[in-house]
Design a protein around this ligand. Structure first.
Ligand code: MN
Length: 199
């Protein structure tokens, strides 16, 4: 019997991001939404060619296949959410480490310009989706994806992400997505995680 896909623990306590993101939001977002994607995937893959694959391989193997959309959506949402939790930390924001700042300055002109572009992408994503800082070869850029779509399957290296599904902010910010995104970028974004992902 294949090992089930697991729900990774959060990298911090549920109230660690309060008040920018409340413990209540994290409790639903992680404990209900993220967990449900894991539960769904573990119902969908037994007996399929994906049953023994690691999560990232399932995401890549099912991307763009209309008849595998259910598996892709749940697998990609598990991967995106785990990546999202690690993109945030208490007392984040501020100045990126020097090696990352140099790449940001080269691509965007300044850290503020990078944040502005990431915020604009996240805020303008129509409906549900994600804003991302990615590496495209040696160059950093901002992309946005819809629903469960992920740069992981687009030849890009994800560095950081912001979830802009309504479940990420509605309990705390209601319709004010921009306020949520800007607070996350100013106070929670985990530049050190981006450095780790640059490799
Ligand atoms: Mn989410």
């Amino acid at each position: 019997m294949a090992t089930p896909i697991s729900l990774p623990p959060l990298p911090w306590a549920e109230n660690a991001l309060d008040p920018v993101i409340s413990a209540n939001t994290i409790s639903f977002h992680y404990g209900k939404h993220h967990k449900t994607y894991v539960d769904n995937l573990n119902k969908l893959i037994p007996g399929t060619e994906y049953a023994d694959l690691p999560l990232e391989a399932i995401v890549k193997a099912t991307a763009g296949k209309a008849d595998k959309a259910g598996i892709f959506n749940n697998a990609a949402q598990i991967w995106n959410h785990t990546f999202y939790w690690n993109s945030l930390r208490a007392k984040g924001g501020g100045e990126p480490p020097a090696a990352l700042k140099q790449k940001i300055d080269a691509a965007f002109g300044s850290v503020d310009a990078c944040k502005k572009e990431l915020s604009a992408a996240a805020v303008s994503q129509f409906g549900s989706g994600w804003g991302w800082l990615v590496a495209d070869g040696g160059k950093l850029k901002i992309v946005k994806t819809a629903n469960a779509e992920t740069p992981l399957t687009q030849g890009l290296k994800p560095l950081l992400t912001v979830d802009v599904w309504e479940h990420a902010y509605y309990l705390d910010y209601q319709n004010k997505r921009a306020d949520h995104v800007n607070a996350v970028l100013d106070k929670l974004i985990n530049w050190e995680f981006a450095v780790q992902n640059l490799g």
